[in-house]
Ligand binder design. Sequence first.
Ligand code: NAD
Length: 266
Amino acid sequence: MTIGWATYPYGGRVVVVTGAGSGIGRAIAVAFLEQGATVCVLGRSADALGDTIARFPAERTCAVPADVTVQADVDSAVWSILDRFGRIDVVVNNAGSSEPSVIDDFDHRAWDRMRSVNLDGLIHVARATVPALAASRGNLIAISSIAGLGGDWGQFAYNATKGGVNTMVQSLALDLGDRGIRVNAIAPGFIATQQTRSRLDDTEFSHALMNRVPANRAGVPEDVARLALYLAGPDAGYITGAIIPVDGGTTASSGTPRPLRAIGYR
Ligand code: NAD
């Protein structure tokens, strides 16, 4: 499906998107490709990455299998991109992992998995790409979550990793500003992807969700991609260190419930 995007000047720019074999990462990669960018997709499944770029010209796409939890994997992916295209202008650190967990039966290995993708992955990707971003005066966008702005039931470890992403983005924006690099976070609310589809199909859950979403719908990956297109471009040249929700208004609420009749309950 072709989406009617606003137009941005991404021809000749090289964009790297991690976790781009599915969901939000795929939508972001496609959005930049539709704007004429060269896009390199990183992720664990070569097949899924190949599907993301399949309908775009081979001369401005590349798919590089890499596990973001492994610095050497990320380093060699970035070297191969620089070897082929000579520059990197935009990095979207999207790869992420979420495992519901309450403290009573918490498995520390779940923490290790989430931390290593969500936080270590960001460190690895930033470390590998900062020299190229300094050369291009480019920018880094991290996909965090509104789950990093407050707590959620049954998600304390995921919340902690995404909170860490948000503050890491703020600090990186400070440290890298002198080198002309902007660093921002997009904090999605509830976005319909394969990962969330079963919960959305559960009527009880989706009614409860709509109690929290003034926009009266779940987000779609393209809602997030639109902000990525804007944030990475020259119109956002004075925006750095920002954490911007794409949540249909979810975080505008203090938590007081919406009247149930407004969402179809009596
Ligand atoms: P998703 O599971 O489809 O996407 C995550 C991607 O990251 C997958 O392609 C996965 O293969 C990849 N990935 C995971 N571990 C990796 C690793 N070690 N190395 C390389 N790639 C790895 O889910 P999504 O909903 O598209 O999530 C994308 C991002 O958005 C994540 O960071 C997620 O936390 C964040 N997010 C999603 C929602 C939502 O409602 N869907 C809300 C807020 C934030």
